[in-house]
Design a protein around this ligand. Structure first.
Ligand SMILES: Nc1ncnc2c1ncn2[C@@H]1O[C@H](COP(=O)(O)OP(=O)(O)O)[C@@H](O)[C@H]1O
Ligand SMILES: [Mg+2]
Length: 223
């Protein structure tokens, strides 16, 4: 089982959206998927429950850091996606250092962030200062990027990549369909593949390919 944790120091950056959507992509790619909600706000749980069986993934409570630390031993799935709260405490620490204080619980920390400085700077500080020194791979990904910010975000990603920051080539663009899907108990994958919904789906399919490769998962993402 591979464990991908979605986290970072900031809230409202698209962590839960990324965790749930990636889990849904993985499920459609034929993987057995466990979604672990370690945020007290229970946003991933509420969303997954509103989707019902259609989502096709199992849900687990990850509030207890001990349970989170033992996640690998639980096994039984191809992939566990952990939705972390927007903070560096609790579950985030456990993902970094595991139950013995030294072995990361996850195989990959995926850190979504808008490309704006106020979000990016604290995220990079945590990734470079706290995650990189550990034996934990990370991947930063730009999320919630409005169309007017796309050229700058792509350029920034190139600059960061050249500076040795592990950053996804995929940029997740801002579309209203994310909230439309959420309000209807769906993910964007359930929306008809036309217009902006199709572009949003393409973004997450592309990100999933990068994440699965980085996490050592073999799955064919086939939109
Ligand atoms: N790519 C996107 N385009 C538009 N809205 C988005 C996008 N990603 C997330 N959102 C919205 O932004 C808000 C915060 O997202 P969420 O995934 O809950 O962030 P976090 O888990 O980091 O707090 C939600 O209303 C969500 O629907
Ligand atoms: Mg969240």
């Amino acid at each position: 089982m591979r464990i991908v944790a979605v986290g970072g120091p900031k809230g409202g950056v698209g962590k839960t959206t990324t965790a749930v959507t990636l889990a849904a992509v993985a499920c459609r790619a034929g993987l057995s998927v466990l979604l672990v909600d370690s945020d007290r706000n229970r946003s991933a749980t509420d969303w997954a429950e509103s989707c019902g069986d259609r989502l096709g993934i199992d849900l687990a409570d990850g509030q207890d850091t001990g349970d989170l630390a033992r996640l690998r031993a639980a096994g039984g799935y191809d992939l566990a996606v952990v939705d972390l709260p927007g903070a560096r405490a609790g579950g985030f620490e456990t993902i970094l250092t595991g139950n013995n204080g030294a072995t990361p619980t996850a195989d990959l920390l995926l850190a979504p962030t808008p490309a704006e400085t106020m979000d990016l700077r604290p995220t990079l500080r945590v990734l470079r200062g706290e995650v990189a020194p550990l034996r934990l791979d990370y991947l930063c990904v730009f999320t919630r990027v409005p169309s007017y910010g796309l050229p700058r975000a792509r350029q920034q990603a190139e600059v960061l990549d050249a500076a040795g920051v592990r950053i996804a080539r995929t940029v997740i663009r801002t579309y209203t369909c994310y909230n439309l899907a959420l309000d209807n108990g769906q993910t964007i994958l359930d929306l008809p593949a036309t217009g902006s919904a199709e572009r949003a789906q393409q973004d997450y399919y592309a990100l999933a390919r990068e994440v699965f490769t980085a996490a050592g998962l073999h799955a064919k993402v086939n939109p």
